[in-house]
Design a protein around this ligand. Structure first.
Ligand SMILES: [Zn+2]
Length: 107
């Protein structure tokens, strides 16, 4: 009954998050108000709909910036633990992103 609608709304929300993060990524300076604004909005949507965004695009939780390897983030692979560690260049926060096989965007 309600489940279908809920699922639709959530997948729409997922799309919006994707777009917002793409916008944040394409913006020149990830620490600018514009880019962090996009991430903040994406986080708001994600917490509201309980959709995880960390595995799609890593972001710094304290700076609200997308983490782009080679630009504002250093990356190392913890191969034994099957995750990638992104480190924010501004505040040094680390984000762990699992690189296990993607489950089909079920979120
Ligand atoms: Zn940071």
């Amino acid at each position: 009954m309600h489940e279908d609608t809920k699922r639709q709304v959530r997948s729409l929300a997922g799309e919006r998050i994707k777009v917002l993060l793409e916008l944040a990524k394409s913006y020149g300076d990830p620490y600018s108000d514009f880019a962090t604004g996009y991430v903040k909005l994406a986080r708001k949507i994600s917490s509201h709909y309980k959709i995880s965004i960390g595995n799609r695009t890593p972001y710094c939780k304290s700076c609200n910036c997308v983490l782009i390897p080679g630009k504002n983030a250093s990356v190392r692979v913890a191969s034994s633990k099957k995750f990638v560690v992104y480190k924010c260049e501004r505040c040094g926060a680390e984000v762990h992103v699992s690189y296990k096989k993607k489950s089909r965007d079920a979120a």
